[in-house]
Design a binder for this molecule. Structure first.
Ligand code: PMP
Length: 377
């Protein structure tokens, strides 16, 4: 055995900071979870060191990648399925159909397994192979469609709606279209869980919350809850390039420019989950800060996070942290800002963590990411 290692383990036990239970527990953490569904939520808040030091604020990431399906979308998946059950639309053997960029599908497939349903997932061909593989492992049937805009009838969202309608007529257990974009059970998950958790974890001392929009469920639900608790909390939207929301919040126009490699975010319309709660404050909603974060800014943030803080995150997390930094700069030092660490980076090994891919997109990458020179035979 290594003496260096065993010495430091002994030291660790002597150190008060590492005593089991010495760290402040967050609400509901210490109990045993009764299975997959019960393990969703109650994720820790992790202080982001570099972002905090850079701004003089306390910036925290809500560790949604620690959900049992490894993303923020487990919460929505659980609520979408619970909602269908409560409405009597699913019986054993029922089918859940959804158009998804991946994470919602993974969440739905896993929740479905735990509840005795099947899943059919309609996914744009452009999404990462890792997510598609995970969907298949989880037991989902995959329907791959070309990535076309929402107004095209073969867009993955509309296609999944039609497929669900067809299956509902023929499958004895019933079939539902989860419809994460417009079904408000999605944002209700964040209103009832993510928001209250952040409020409890920060003991109400939170000045800002920022995240990007995929469906808008996280932003609308969490933002609405926090704003109700304290109307002075700033609720911020961080948009990747190529999405239309920045212009929408700024001047009411759904207009986009540029592109982004990030997945799961970047919306071109006001979804059902954004209606009301997720609108800018001038329209009666809760969103009162908006910014755009280009990939050139977001990707270095997640590479630094991996190299310096040990957190390996997907691209949307880079957009979120970029947005949190921008809000911190607007508020000035001494404020507490929370954002979302959406999913785990290994879901994107072939893309944003792949040097050949980044080179092909002319994007900068840190030298250490080039692992080709480090592998021993
Ligand atoms: N990040 C990733 C990786 C996602 O998959 C999603 C959901 N599509 C989001 C962020 C955005 O979450 P929401 O749908 O609640 O807006």
């Amino acid at each position: 055995t290594s003496t260096v290692a065993s010495e430091s383990v002994t030291k660790m036990h002597d150190d008060k900071r590492f005593k089991p239970g010495a760290a402040k527990p967050f609400v509901g953490d210490l109990g045993v979870r009764q299975g997959f569904l019960d393990a969703i939520g109650n994720t820790p808040l992790i202080r982001l060191k570099r972002a905090s030091e850079m701004t003089g604020c306390e910036i925290y990431g809500k560790a949604e990648f620690l959900n049992p399906g490894s993303s923020v979308k487990d919460r929505a998946a659980l609520y979408l399925i619970k909602d269908a059950e409560e409405r009597g639309l699913l019986k054993p053997g029922g089918i859940i159909v959804e158009g998804t960029a991946g994470n919602t599908g993974i969440g739905l497939a896993l929740v479905a397994n735990a509840r005795g349903y099947k899943t059919v997932i309609v996914i744009p061909k452009t999404q990462s192979q890792e997510k598609k593989d995970m969907l298949l492992i989880a037991g989902a049937e995959l329907v791959q469609v070309p990535a076309v805009p929402y107004k095209n009838p073969n867009n993955y969202v509309k296609y999944s709606g039609r497929l669900a309608e067809h299956l509902a007529k023929t499958n004895p257990g019933g079939a539902i279209w989860a419809n994460q974009f417009d079904n408000k059970a999605n944002r209700q998950a964040h209103y009832e869980t993510t928001g209250p958790e952040i409020w409890a974890q920060t003991e109400g001392k939170v000045d800002g919350f920022v995240c990007a929009i995929g469906t808008g469920g996280t932003l609308a639900g969490t933002g609405k809850y926090l704003k109700e608790k304290n109307p002075n909390i700033r609720i911020g939207m961080a948009d990747p390039m190529g999405a239309s929301m920045f212009n929408y919040y700024a001047n009411g126009e759904l207009k986009s420019e540029g592109t982004s490699l990030t997945e799961g975010i970047g919306q071109g319309r006001v979804t059902g989950n954004l209606e009301g709660w997720g609108q800018p404050t001038r329209e009666g909603g809760v969103v009162d800060f908006w910014c755009q974060v280009p990939d050139e800014e977001a990707l270095p943030l997640i590479y630094d996070l991996l190299k310096e803080e040990g957190l390996v995150m997907g691209g949307s997390t880079g957009i979120n942290i970029g947005g949190a930094i921008k809000l911190a700069k607007e508020l000035g030092p001494g404020h507490t800002i929370v954002t979302i660490l959406c999913d785990y980076g290994t879901r994107y090994q072939g893309k944003i963590y792949n040097v050949d891919f980044l080179k092909s997109k002319n994007l900068p990458y840190p030298e250490w990411l080039d692992t080709s020179t480090k592998t021993s035979q």
